[in-house]
Design a protein around this ligand. Structure first.
Ligand code: 13P
Ligand code: SF4
Length: 374
């Protein structure tokens, strides 16, 4: 999705990093309790250092909902996260994204029109009352609203198992109204859906990938009827780079090494890894590893590098020797952060992210259902 970020004045683009850091620190001091800065784990170090709270997309959305005192929430992350923060915060709070071009290529792989079309096509083949739509947090607010309208929930990489257990009414499902379907339509990340399905004991035969470019997602009627998981054909270009060959190469060079990956990686990689989990989980797993461990991590490089710095007694490396930053997360930098904060000092709100109340109301249902379940 194309969004238009204004070009910053030279005063920001040409400033020295130390000067920008001093300006951000001063703006933070002057705005005091009126401001909260949230930082996703994939942010650069020079930005994350100013975050009042760091977290994964789940933790930050929960935290945003508790900070009703702050008038301005500056979200150092990507667009869908800022949208979720706007939905979950009170109406007197304003959410700002320092660079409007900080989107998520995976979130852009599904839009409301495509999902509505597939839903309509499925209606001719299966009983939609028995299908629970689940959207990954990495999706536009309009998709969260779709899910809210159709009895489903949002999930993140830390709670996908609990959400799918609820959606299918499996043993141990949270006692939250709804769910208990025969099928799940999961979007936009096929990998998180597939990996979670396997973790819950399902097999590949219970899953079908739906391609939004083809009629009925490219499925035969029989497939649509048989499948428990209809997995949207979307992926994260950062996590898709990790491969089974990289795991084998690491194991060959580091016998006894530990492999930890994010569930947005392909199933063959997850299967070979020692541990799999959200960004928050990965941090805890590296913390818990004994001193002297050699750990290959399959996730975005800013987090991997930070973990390496914070654990000098362990060797933490990227599973992909060529590494791959998330180019959209990287758009949030000190010049953009300083620019939005200076605006607030001048009484100008720049890059406010607002979700129209008609969309927000249904999206809130899906987000609050998620918070109730997990
Ligand atoms: P987390 O939910 O683990 O923070 O991941 C968000 C994300 O964008 C991963 O690519
Ligand atoms: Fe989106 Fe992937 Fe970047 Fe996460 S790492 S924000 S899923 S493109």
């Amino acid at each position: 999705m194309i969004r238009l970020q204004t070009r910053l004045p030279d005063d920001y683009t040409r400033a020295e990093p130390d000067d920008l850091a001093a300006r951000v620190a001063e703006a933070k001091r002057r705005l005091g309790e009126r401001l909260v800065i949230l930082g996703h784990h994939y942010q650069r170090d020079d930005v994350i250092t100013f975050a009042d709270a760091r977290g994964d997309s789940f933790g930050l959305s929960r935290y945003a909902a508790t900070r009703q005192d702050a008038e301005f929430v500056v979200f150092c992350g990507v667009h869908f996260m800022a949208e979720s923060a706007d939905i979950l915060t009170a109406s007197h709070q304003q959410v700002l994204l320092p660079d409007l071009n900080a989107g998520c290529s995976m979130a852009d792989m599904a839009d409301e029109e495509e999902v509505e079309q597939l839903w309509d096509e499925l209606e001719g083949v299966i009983d939609l009352e028995r299908v629970v739509p689940v959207t990954y947090m990495n999706s536009a607010a309009s998709l969260k609203a779709f899910v809210g309208r159709h009895g489903g929930a949002v999930c993140t990489s830390s709670n996908a198992r609990a959400i799918l257990r609820w959606a299918l009414g499996l043993e141990g499902a949270a006692p939250v109204a709804g769910g208990r379907g025969d099928k799940v339509l999961f979007f936009p990340d096929q990998h998180l859906g597939r990996n979670t399905g396997f973790q819950l004991g399902f097999s590949g035969g219970d899953m079908r990938v739906v391609n939004p470019r083809l009629s009925l997602g490219g499925l035969e009627e029989r497939d649509a009827k048989e499948a428990t998981f209809l997995l949207w054909k979307g992926h994260c270009s950062v996590h898709q780079r990790f491969s089974a060959d990289q795991v084998s190469a690491f194991r060959a060079s580091q016998p006894g090494g530990i492999v930890i990956v994010h569930p947005e990686c392909a199933h063959e990689v997850v299967e070979l890894a020692d541990q799999v989990g959200s960004t928050d989980y990965i941090i805890r797993a590296v913390d818990a590893a004994p001193a002297g461990s050699v750990i290959a991590v399959g996730t975005e490089i800013h987090l991997v590098d930070r973990l390496a710095k914070e654990h000098p007694d362990r060797k933490v490396v990227s599973l992909d020797p060529l590494v791959c930053p998330c180019s959209t997360m990287s758009r949030i930098d000190l010049p953009h952060l300083a620019w939005v904060l200076d605006g607030l000092l001048d009484g100008v709100v720049r890059n406010r992210i607002t979700v129209h109340e008609t969309v927000a109301a249904s999206a809130r249902v899906a987000l609050e259902r998620m918070l109730a379940i997990a």
